[in-house]
Design a protein around this ligand. Structure first.
Ligand SMILES: C[S@@+](CC[C@H](N)C(=O)[O-])C[C@H]1O[C@@H](n2cnc3c(N)ncnc32)[C@H](O)[C@@H]1O
Length: 215
């Protein structure tokens, strides 16, 4: 399968329009927001703890958006943080947020699959990313090529409580394609990409995968 330029264009446009409202979700980090969106905060905490297993890691954040996770990781001593994202407005927010970390930060606008990135990295993240990716196999292979240590990625799964509303909200109202994963399908995708033995954590709305690159 290949990603159609039209699908990528629709995702880019969606995150150009929604950058501020997505970024703002992190500001409402009170008990209610945590209850409503446990996935957002759980995946950020897992990514941070995996990054902390490495000493001054170099980190690639695939679809890193407004740099919310990058900020925490840089505060904890990362030596390099690269955010590759389709959306210029998301990257504008990241630029402002991460300005104090100077030359440790690289913000690159483009489609991760086709944008040149100078790796490898100790940690590769893709959080809230695979929701929008038509050809997950190709994106996982590219992540594996650039990963010299650990990878953390989130993948949504279909549930009858949230699935129909999510489809309506994204695909019908916002014209943005979204995708779901099954546990068996995801294990096969990870293994085919070279992430054998990945740990999968299953939550209410999806999976969190932690993989170690072995040579
Ligand atoms: C839901 S946001 C998540 C942002 C960040 N990872 C976080 O968890 O806070 C998804 C991001 O993926 C980006 N994205 C989607 N498809 C992409 C692609 N093919 N290449 C690069 N970025 C992409 C979007 O522009 C958006 O900023």
């Amino acid at each position: 399968m290949t990603t159609s330029p039209d699908a990528t264009g629709r995702v880019r446009e969606h995150f150009r329009r929604k950058a501020f409202s997505f970024d703002h979700l992190y500001d409402e980090e009170h008990a209610l927001q945590r209850l409503l969106r446990p996935g957002l905060f759980n995946r950020r905490e897992l990514a941070l703890s995996v990054a902390l297993d490495h000493d001054r890691p170099s980190v690639l954040d695939v679809g890193g958006g407004s740099g919310r996770i990058g900020e925490l990781i840089l505060e904890q001593g990362a030596s390099r943080y690269v955010d590759v994202d389709l959306s210029d407005t998301m990257l504008d927010l990241a630029r402002e947020r991460l300005a104090r970390f100077d030359e440790k930060v690289e913000l690159v606008q483009g489609d991760f699959l086709t944008t040149p990135v100078d790796g490898p990295f100790d940690v590769v993240l893709a959080l809230g990313y695979f929701d929008y990716i038509e050809d997950a196999a190709a994106h996982l292979r590219r992540m594996r090529e650039l990963c010299g240590g650990s990878a953390v990625a989130s993948f949504p799964r279909w549930t009858w409580t949230k699935g129909p509303i999510r489809k309506l909200r994204y695909e019908v109202i916002n014209n943005c394609p979204i995708f779901d994963y099954t546990e068996d399908g995801l294990r096969a995708l990870l293994a085919d990409a070279g992430f054998a033995g990945a740990e999968l954590h299953t939550g209410k709305s999806g999976f969190l995968a932690v993989a170690r690159a072995t040579t």
